[in-house]
Design a protein around this ligand. Structure first.
Ligand SMILES: Cc1cc2nc3c(=O)[nH]c(=O)nc-3n(C[C@H](O)[C@H](O)[C@H](O)COP(=O)(O)O)c2cc1C
Ligand SMILES: [Fe+2]
Ligand SMILES: [Fe+2]
Length: 399
């Protein structure tokens, strides 16, 4: 088995999950990897493990470098099971190893695994572990992705082992982002679906890392490609976490008999005529994680639903629930839909959009099939929301 040396004495020993297509609801058409790293010095450290079921692949990759029985430290940057699922198997082989985690991480490990007999060392920001020539430093990054998260920095190699941060769900025989065209798209999808709710925290963490003046040549995350040109992904995170957006509207809808769809298409044409780009998604035919990736960088979010039993169509309701949890920043939008008698969906969407933090400019409901006047009204509302998006964003950038 080949050895993948990402820095002097630092090896990638992860597992490639070629066939994963759904990561707790997030569609992963390209699969993913669970990245783990061996740092070989006078003392040997394993940084993170892999999902349960992939232990044998991890073990074989470690054996190509060293005897797993001599591992001294197992660094657990994050207790989520995609990274800790093989920990018990690792500890059976490396029974003298010390597990290193944050205080929250240590607590949570006890809830997830039978840790009887394991030596666990609890660390906080600034703590270090010497491996001989190299020293591991730890920086707590709570909520990136769970309360327990930390990152591990190796100053001698200017190497940041960042766990979930800066990752992407890509299975590939390539290991470096510069060998994988389109990697930023996957990084954006990952950010939107996993990290978007924590954007304010990410902005603060990036600032903190900036102030610590640590030099970074390589960022090695726990999913996907390794960045040996870290400026690219650091700049992208700066933009995403501060809510930078394009002149684009994302329009999502569902329909039973086609009326809401007619409205959707009239609105989409209005958006184009008003000078913005538009992307249209039928919610039962589209990958929601892809839509959310598009919303990350858009200024406008438009949501349509017919009324069913006084309320929102289930796919639209489900999507709004997902979006609300992700808390997209600085968007404007409106609700639209067709109804037959009492209505209800459009008001309910408005209220959901407001709770999501999206500024609602107006809304439009049409009784049964929209006529020419209704479709004109849809187009006019499209112009209005584009105007509002232009004003809203210049107000944000020049308060
Ligand atoms: C199963 C079902 C339930 C409905 N429930 C309501 C309702 O509670 N209130 C209402 O105003 N219209 C109701 N309607 C009427 C639809 O909202 C109306 O037909 C609308 O034009 C459908 O839009 P669409 O063509 O985009 O699906 C219902 C229609 C169906 C098929
Ligand atoms: Fe995670
Ligand atoms: Fe993960």
């Amino acid at each position: 088995m080949n050895r993948v040396e990402i820095a002097d004495g630092v090896y990638w020993v992860g597992a490639i999950d070629w066939n994963l297509r759904d990561f707790h609801g997030y569609l992963t058409p390209r699969g993913t990897t669970y990245n783990a790293y061996i740092i070989k010095d006078s003392v040997v450290a394993l940084v993170d493990t892999v999902k349960a079921g992939f232990f044998d692949e991890l073990r074989r990759r470690i054996e190509a470098i060293t005897d797993p029985g001599i591992i001294d430290y197992v660094i657990v940057n994050h207790v989520e099971m995609d990274h800790s699922g093989s920990l018990s198997r690792v500890m059976e082989v490396a029974s003298d190893a010390t597990v290193v985690a944050t205080e929250k991480g240590s607590e949570e490990l006890q809830m997830l695994y039978d840790c009887d007999g394991w030596a666990i060392k609890t660390v906080k920001t600034g703590d270090t572990v010497s491996l001989g020539e190299k020293t591991l430093s730890f920086i707590e990054t709570p909520m990136l992705h769970w309360p327990d998260n930390m990152v591990t920095y190796v100053a001698e190699d200017r190497l940041l082992l960042s766990n979930d941060a800066f990752g992407q769900h890509i299975a590939s025989s390539k290991r470096y982002s510069d060998e994988y065209p389109g990697v930023l798209d996957d990084a954006a999808k990952y950010y939107a679906n996993i990290l978007m709710p924590f954007s304010p925290l990410i902005a603060k963490t990036l600032q903190k890392i900036g102030e610590m003046e640590i030099e970074i040549d390589v960022i090695a995350p726990s999913h996907g490609m390794i960045w040996r040109d870290p400026g690219i992904i650091l700049d992208a995170y700066q933009g995403w976490s501060s809510g930078e957006s394009n002149d684009t509207a994302i329009l999502v809808y569902d329909t039973m008999w086609g009326s809401t769809e007619k409205m959707a298409l009239a609105i989409a044409q209005g958006i184009i005529d008003a000078g913005f780009e538009v992307k249209v998604y039928h919610l039962r035919r589209s990958d929601w994680s892809e839509i959310v990736r598009e919303i990350l960088e858009a200024k406008i979010v438009l949501v349509g639903s017919p009324t069913i039993n006084n309320g929102i169509f289930p796919s639209v309701g489900g999507f709004l629930t997902y979006l609300r949890g992700l808390r997209p920043k600085d968007k404007v939008g409106f609700a639209f839909g067709s109804y037959g008698w009492g209505g209800g969906a459009v008001k309910a969407i408005e209220s959901e959009l407001e709770k999501t933090g999206i500024k609602v400019v107006d809304s439009i409901s049409v009784k049964f099939v929209p006529g020419a006047d209704d479709l004109d009204a849809c187009a006019r509302l499209a112009w209005k929301v584009v105007d509002e998006a232009r004003n809203f964003n210049s107000a944000i950038s020049h308060p």
